[in-house]
Design a binder for this molecule. Structure first.
Ligand code: COA
Length: 321
């Protein structure tokens, strides 16, 4: 029987600078009330100037390794929209900062769907026997690409990192990654983008148009994964969707037919952390004791590209790093 990827550890890290809605409202035409009621966000964290994306990734990765009880991996995959540099990838630097020797190390670029794409990549390497143990990190320093004058994006995004360790195992083990589906539509490239060109450096998003696409695409691929996993909606203990907007999370739960209280949410505390969003939500829910060993999790994300994806996972007995 060929091996499957089993989740063996998890960790996360938020940067130290807490940014409240009131702090943003002091310099932008917005208010704490607008941000909370339209997005569910109360605060987010920004990385200080001397903190690199690879620093946050390595901190989350160290926790995930500790939680897995392992000190070595042979593969490091980093999902990020905000790498340390345009070239080379950030993953080799993360591996080096963690003292992991010379593993395979590469980045995945799928914006807010990045973590699920990275997870599927690492799981594929494990299933094919190329890798036995992989560190998968979702990390962003999104504050660096936000236009400080744009209230439509500056109020939403935050920085952070989440990481998991995958190891080769059996499909009947808790933690085994179940069915996974990924998709894209390049026709929507302009909806979520850092435009190309010498003057362009800031992230732009057509929020209203993206809102319904996010709900539709996540619900479609999440339902596809439910079919593949042969789970009914009532089997799902927790819906862990990309934390883009609390209203999206609720609409999505309604669309799939999962009670809203079964959808995991930490957006109030961290904002939209793009590629870091799902592993951060998982780690926070684990830390609060919300998700327990044996629980059935339905993961789904949507982001720039456009890209989307979903995966099924039985939660393993993993503790704090
Ligand atoms: N503070 C105050 N007013 C704001 C504002 C802010 N931070 N952001 C937008 N507004 C204003 C708009 O300018 C608009 O004003 P107008 O009617 O005078 O033009 C009004 O509020 C409504 O804007 P709209 O864009 O329709 O708001 P919304 O309810 O759709 O919320 C988002 C905006 C961005 C929060 C929401 O569209 C969203 O979450 N989109 C999806 C994001 C997403 O899915 N991302 C996934 C990939 S990361």
């Amino acid at each position: 029987m060929s091996p499957v990827a089993v989740l063996a550890g998890i960790g996360s890290r938020l940067p130290p600078r807490l940014v409240t809605n009131d702090e943003l409202a002091a310099r932008l035409d917005t208010s704490d009330e607008w941000i909370r009621s339209r997005t569910g966000i109360a605060r987010r964290y920004f990385a200080p100037d001397d903190m690199q994306t690879s620093d946050l990734a390595a901190a989350a990765g160290a926790e995930a390794l500790k939680s897995s009880g392992e000190s070595q991996v042979d593969t490091v995959v980093v999902a990020t929209t905000t790498p340390d540099r345009p070239c080379p990838g950030t993953a080799p630097t993360v591996a080096s900062k963690l003292g992991l020797g010379q593993p395979a190390a590469f980045d995945v670029s799928a914006v807010c769907t990045g973590f699920l794409y990275a997870l599927a990549n690492a799981a594929g390497l494990i299933a094919s026997g190329v890798s036995e143990r992989a560190l998968v990190v979702g990390v962003e320093t999104f504050s660096r690409i936000l236009d400080p004058t744009d209230r439509g994006t500056s109020t939403i995004f935050g920085d952070g990192a989440g990481a998991v360790v995958l190891r080769a195992g059996r499909p009947d083990e808790l933690g085994a990654l179940g069915p996974c589906t990924l998709g894209s539509d390049g026709e929507g490239v302009d909806l979520i983008t850092v435009p190309a060109g010498p003057e362009a450096r800031y992230f732009t998003m057509q929020g209203k148009r993206v809102f319904w696409l996010a709900v539709q695409r996540m619900s479609q691929c999440a339902q596809e994964v439910l079919r593949q996993a042969e789970w009914r909606t009532t089997d799902v203990d927790h819906l862990v969707s990309h934390q883009a907007n609390q209203r999206i999370t609720w609409q999505l739960a309604d669309e799939i037919g999962i009670p809203r209280e079964r959808s995991v949410s930490n957006i109030a505390e961290v904002g939209n952390t793009a590629a870091a969003s799902i592993p951060l939500a998982l780690d926070h829910a684990r830390a609060e004791g919300l998700i327990k060993a044996g629980d059935r999790l339905l993961l789904t994300a949507f982001g720039g590209g456009l890209t989307w994806g979903a995966a099924a996972l039985r939660w393993p007995a993993v503790g704090r790093g």
